[in-house]
Design a protein around this ligand. Structure first.
Ligand code: ADP
Ligand code: ASP
Ligand code: MG
Length: 457
C-alpha cells in the first residue's frame, strides 16, 4: 500500500492530469491511495473571490468565480467524452452554484469569517478530486471518490485547523482500508477536514502534504509519495537558484527543519506523522516520473557536505524590545511569550540579554495590534524588509569553522542577527530582503562546489 499526493502544479491542465493518470496507472500493483490538492492556483483564486465578496464587490467576486468555473469546465470537458451529459458536469455545476450562494452571503455579511473562508476554499479540492476520479475511470481504473471531511477530524481553528490524532487515525482506517485493492483506488481531498460537529475546516495553506502523511501513517503504508513540479528536495529553492541540485536522501529532522525555516517544498507539519511510524517519504517530479527524486527517511546515507540545503524566509521583520525595568528579566520574557503565543507568532530566530530581546518573525497580519501589546512591556523597535537565511544539515553539529566560512563569503552584506546553537542542525541569520538571492548563490557556491556522492552527478 502506498499514498500518492499530487499538488496543484501537477494537475493544472489537461496534459498534466493525463500524466498523473498514467503515473497512477503504472503503480496500481502497489495499491495506491491518491490525495489531491486544488488544481493550479484555484485556492488563491477562491480566496480572492471571497475577499472581494466580503468587501461588497459582489460583481467582481462572481466574475472571479466564473473564471474558476470556466477553467474547471474546460479542463473536465477536454478529459471527458460526452461531457455535456456526464454526471461529472452535473456535480461540478452543483458545486459552483453552492460557491455562488456562499459568495452572495458574504456580500450581505460584509466580512469574511474564518469558518466561511474554509467552506469556500474547500471547493477547490472537492472539484479537483471529482475531475481526477473521472479521468481515472476513463482509463479503466475503479476510482472511488471519498469525502475527506468524514475522516480528517480537526479542532475548530478555522483556516489553520489541527487534526485530532486518534479520532482521525481510526476514521481513516474505517473509511479507506476496506476499499483498497489493486483495482480500486480511493481518491481523497488534501487540505480539508471537518470538526466533530461537521463544520468544514482547512489545515492551512499547503496543507495537502499533511493530509498525505496523516493518511499514510494511519494506514501503515510502505511509502508516502509526494509528487511536485521539482525533482525532489534541492540544495536551495530552484525558483531562485536554478543551479540547485537534488538531494537523494535526507533525514526527517533535516527536511523538517528546512520546511520550518521557509522551504516551501512541504507543509512544515507534514513529516511528523510519517516520522513517528518510520515510513519513508519520497518527493518526485510528476513532469519527470523517471527521475529519482528525494527520499526522506530516518537513517539516510550521510553525505560528507557540511550542510545539506539552504532555506530562506521572507518577508520577515525584526522586533527589538527593551524593558523599562531590567530587574525582572524572567517576568519580562514570560510576558513577551504570552503575547507571541496568543498571536500565534513563532520567531524564526531570537537572542536575549538582560537589556531585552530581539527576534525575527514573519510580518504579523495585524502588526499594529501586536506592536501595541508589546509596547506595554518596554521600548519596541521594528525593522521590516528582512529575510532569514538558514543553513541546514546533520553535519553542522560537528563543523568547527562554520560561522567563519559563512561570513567570509558574505563580504559587503549587512547581517542583522545570528542564531546558532539552539538547534544542532541549523544556522540562521537575518539579511536585507533584496540580498537574499545573492547570499544564497554565494553560500551555495561555497558549500556545494565539490561534488558529493550523496548528490547526483
Ligand atoms: P505543490 O503544488 O505540488 O504542493 P509547491 O509549489 O507547494 O508544490 O512546492 C514546490 C515548490 O517548492 C517548488 O516549485 C519550489 O519553488 C519550492 N521550493 C522551495 N524550496 C525548495 C527546495 N529546497 N527544494 C525543492 N523545491 C523547493
Ligand atoms: N490547495 C491548498 C493550497 O493551495 C492546499 C495545497 O495545495 O497543499 O494551499
Ligand atoms: Mg504545495
Amino acid at each position: 500500500m502506498i499514498v500518492m499526493k499530487f499538488g496543484g502544479t501537477s494537475i493544472e491542465d489537461i496534459d498534466s492530469v493525463r500524466r498523473v493518470v498514467e503515473i497512477i496507472h503504472s503503480r496500481l500493483h502497489l495499491c495506491p491511495v491518491v490525495v489531491n490538492s486544488a488544481m493550479g492556483k484555484t485556492t488563491r483564486r477562491l480566496l480572492h473571490a471571497a475577499r472581494l465578496a466580503a468587501q461588497g464587490m459582489v460583481k467582481e467576486a462572481l466574475g472571479e468565480l466564473e473564471t474558476i468555473r470556466g477553467y474547471h469546465i474546460a479542463l473536465a470537458r477536454g478529459l471527458t467524452p460526452a461531457f455535456e451529459e456526464s454526471s461529472l458536469r452535473r456535480d461540478l455545476e452543483q458545486h459552483f452554484s453552492e460557491i455562488r450562494e456562499l459568495l452572495e452571503g458574504l456580500a450581505v455579511l460584509h466580512e469574511l469569517p474564518p469558518r466561511s473562508q474554509d467552506r469556500i476554499l474547500s471547493y477547490g479540492e472537492l472539484v479537483a478530486t471529482k475531475v481526477i476520479a473521472s479521468a481515472l475511470r476513463q482509463r479503466g481504473i475503479d476510482a472511488r471518490w471519498l469525502d475527506a471531511r468524514t475522516f480528517i477530524v480537526t479542532d475548530e481553528r478555522f483556516t489553520g485547523a489541527r487534526p485530532v490524532g486518534d479520532l482521525t487515525r481510526r476514521a481513516i482506517r474505517k473509511n479507506v482500508l476496506p476499499l483498497l485493492s489493486s483495482v480500486c483506488v480511493p481518491i481523497i481531498q488534501g487540505f480539508i477536514g471537518a470538526t466533530r460537529g461537521g463544520a468544514t475546516t482547512t489545515l492551512g495553506f499547503e496543507g495537502s502534504d499533511l493530509t498525505a502523511s496523516l493518511v499514510g501513517a494511519a494506514l501503515d503504508v510502505s511509502d508516502i509519495q509526494i509528487w511536485k513540479d521539482v525533482n525532489g528536495i534541492m540544495t536551495a529553492d530552484p525558483s531562485i537558484l536554478p543551479i540547485a541540485r537534488t538531494i537523494k536522501q535526507i533525514s526527517f529532522e533535516e527536511a523538517s527543519e528546512l520546511t520550518s525555516f521557509g522551504a516551501k517544498v512541504l507543509h512544515p507539519d507534514t513529516l511528523e506523522p510519517a516520522r513517528r511510524k518510520d515510513i519513508p517519504v519520497h518527493i518526485y517530479n510528476s513532469r519527470q516520473p523517471e527521475s529519482g527524486g528525494t527520499m526522506i527517511a530516518a537513517r539516510p546515507e550521510r553525505g560528507r557536505n557540511v550542510i545539506t540545503s539552504i532555506a530562506y524566509k521572507s518577508p520577515v521583520c525584526i522586533i527589538s524590545i527593551a524593558p523599562e525595568d531590567q530587574t525582572n528579566p524572567s517576568g519580562f520574557f514570560r510576558a513577551v511569550f504570552d503575547i507571541l503565543d496568543r498571536e500565534r507568532i513563532t520567531p524564526s530566530a531570537m537572542t536575549t540579554s538582560k537589556a531585552g530581546m530581539i527576534m525575527a518573525v514573519s510580518a504579523p497580519e495585524d502588526e499594529e495590534r501586536v506592536m501595541g501589546e508589546l509596547s506595554h512591556l518596554g521600548t519596541v523597535n521594528t525593522f521590516g524588509g528582512k529575510g532569514t537565511i538558514s543553513l541546514v544539515g546533520e553535519n553542522i553539529g560537528t563543523a568547527r569553522d562554520l560561522a567563519s566560512l559563512v561570513f567570509r563569503n558574505l563580504d559587503g552584506i549587512d547581517i542583522d542577527m545570528v542564531a546558532h546553537g539552539a538547534s544542532p542542525i541549523s544556522f540562521t541569520f537575518v539579511v536585507n530582503e533584496p540580498d537574499i538571492p545573492s547570499v544564497i548563490a554565494r553560500l551555495h557556491e561555497a558549500f556545494f562546489k565539490d561534488p558529493d556522492p550523496a548528490l547526483p552527478d
